[in-house]
Every structure is written in structure tokens, then in C-alpha cells.
Design a binder for this molecule. Structure first.
Ligand code: URA
Length: 271
């Protein structure tokens, strides 16, 4: 057996802890169900930040924000995206774009986090409360779990580029509407073209369905390499369970771990 280096071992232990593995296996079998019955009922966990637990509170658009007709918005988005020659230009142009209704209620735009040279681009559903405050994708509880998951396969912020299918927070963390996604999609497609990653990781149902053009649920989609055609290039795309879901359903972390290992294998395989 090879001995892992200290930082890989620490990352793996961190991952185990996040998965709820806090006991070593003993020689004699333990009846965990009997022990659990004796234990006091656990306090109810607070809801994960990201996905809506309740219908969203109505959000007030900022005064002076004029709404743009959906078709006009998509046309404008396409023109802006096509004329951006770099990721910086694209971000600047997006910041001047008023065609996504979410901009009216969000505090900050969340364009990206990570490296512009990454081989892996992760695409989530949309910014939540913490992301909206900081202007960066995946920085709340789900983002912290995502970072741990990536670290467990030796990926850091320098190896990945993280964004979302919409760049502004949907009020109450609801799922973005088709109109909101369509308004942002030309920018996302151009972001993929300009970054030119080898692999896409589609985080959660909405990102997977919108980018793969399917209505299939994430539990069916995850775990298998799919293909995503953007800007004339076909890329491999791995749909994965959303870390916000994993926070609420720790037992599903073993599926996410499998998917991460599939990604790691692909990254380590020379084409
Ligand atoms: N969930 C997402 O899908 N994206 C974020 O940026 C944060 C949480």
C-alpha cells in the first residue's frame, strides 16, 4: 500500500468528516440503530442556504430599473457576448447589461471565481445570499463544501473556474426562470468559449438541464460523461449533485465522491 502525502491525507480526512464519517470501524460489529434510539433526538439542522425551503419573499426591484423585453434582452446579450474578445471584456459588458430581470433585485453580479487558465469549469444554478453579498459564486456553505470536495481530488481555486447559469441572485434562492436563464446564456456560452476548458462540471439539475438541453432529473443525469456543444467544440460534461443538496442529504455524498473520482481519472488521463 502506498502512503499518501500529508496534504492528500488531510484532504481525504476532511472529506470523510464532511461526509459524516466520524468513527473508525471496530473489530466487533456495533448496532448503531440501537445506540441511535437511546441517544437524544438531534436538533433540527438549519436549512441549507441554497435551495428554497419556502416560497420566495417578493423582492422589490431597485428604483429606476427599467425592464427589457425578453427577445430584445436575448438579442442584446448575444451581440454583447459575441463582441467580447476576453473574459475581462465579457465581464465588463455583462455588468452593463440590463436584460436579465434578476439584476433589478440583486445586490451584486457574480461572474466567476477561480483561474482563467483552468481545465475544469464548474457551472452552478445561481448565486445565493452570501454570493450576492460578496459578488462571487459559491462562497456560502454550499461553496465551502464544494471547495472541500474539489480539494479531496487535489483541485484548488487555481485549477478550476466557477460560475453559474445566471449571474444575479434569484429572490429567495428560487430556481431561475427560463427567461432569466435565456438572457444570461449567451454570456455563459461565450465564457465557455473564451475560457476553453477541457471539462465542464454541471452542478445540480437546473445547470445540467439547461446546458444539456434535457428535462431529465439530476439523479438520472449524474455520474456519466455527457457532451456539450458550445462554440463549435464538443466538450465532456459531468452532471453532479448540488452541494446544497448534499448538505441536506449527507448519504448522497458517496455518489458525489464517485463522480469526483470519475473527473479525477479523466484529468489524469492523457488524451
Ligand atoms: N449555489 C449555486 O448554484 N451557485 C452559487 O454560486 C452558490 C450556491
Amino acid at each position: 500500500m502506498t502512503t499518501p502525502d500529508p496534504s492528500s491525507a488531510a484532504a481525504l480526512l476532511d472529506w470523510y468528516r464532511a461526509m459524516g464519517v466520524d468513527e473508525a470501524i471496530e473489530d466487533a460489529p456495533a448496532d448503531w440503530f440501537a445506540r441511535a434510539k437511546k441517544a437524544r433526538p438531534a436538533a433540527k439542522a438549519p436549512p441549507a442556504r441554497d435551495l428554497p425551503q419556502n416560497p420566495p419573499a417578493p423582492a422589490e426591484p431597485r428604483p429606476g430599473f427599467a425592464s427589457v423585453a425578453p427577445d430584445e434582452a436575448v438579442m442584446d446579450a448575444r451581440e454583447r457576448a459575441a463582441s467580447a474578445k476576453t473574459l475581462e471584456e465579457l465581464e465588463r459588458s455583462l455588468s452593463e447589461f440590463d436584460g436579465c430581470p434578476l439584476k433589478a433585485t440583486a445586490k451584486k453580479m457574480c461572474f466567476k471565481r477561480g483561474s482563467d487558465k483552468a481545465r475544469v469549469m464548474l457551472i452552478g444554478e445561481g448565486p445565493g445570499r452570501d454570493e450576492d453579498l460578496q459578488g462571487l459564486p459559491f462562497v456560502g456553505r454550499a461553496g465551502q463544501l464544494l471547495d472541500k470536495m474539489l480539494k479531496a481530488i487535489s483541485l484548488t481555486q487555481d485549477d478550476v473556474y466557477i460560475t453559474n447559469i445566471v449571474y444575479w441572485r434569484p429572490p429567495g434562492n428560487r430556481t431561475p426562470t427560463t427567461q432569466e436563464v435565456q438572457a444570461c446564456l449567451p454570456f455563459l456560452n461565450r465564457q465557455v468559449e473564451l475560457l476553453n476548458p477541457e471539462f465542464l462540471v454541471l452542478i445540480g439539475g437546473p445547470a445540467s438541464q439547461n446546458l444539456l438541453g434535457t428535462k431529465q432529473g439530476i439523479t438520472k443525469l449524474r455520474g456519466t460523461w455527457r457532451t456539450c456543444e458550445i462554440g463549435g467544440r464538443t466538450r465532456r460534461a459531468m452532471p453532479m449533485l448540488h452541494p446544497a443538496y448534499l448538505l441536506r442529504t449527507p448519504a448522497a455524498k458517496r455518489l458525489a465522491w464517485r463522480d469526483l473520482l470519475t473527473l479525477k481519472d479523466a484529468l489524469n488521463t492523457k488524451e
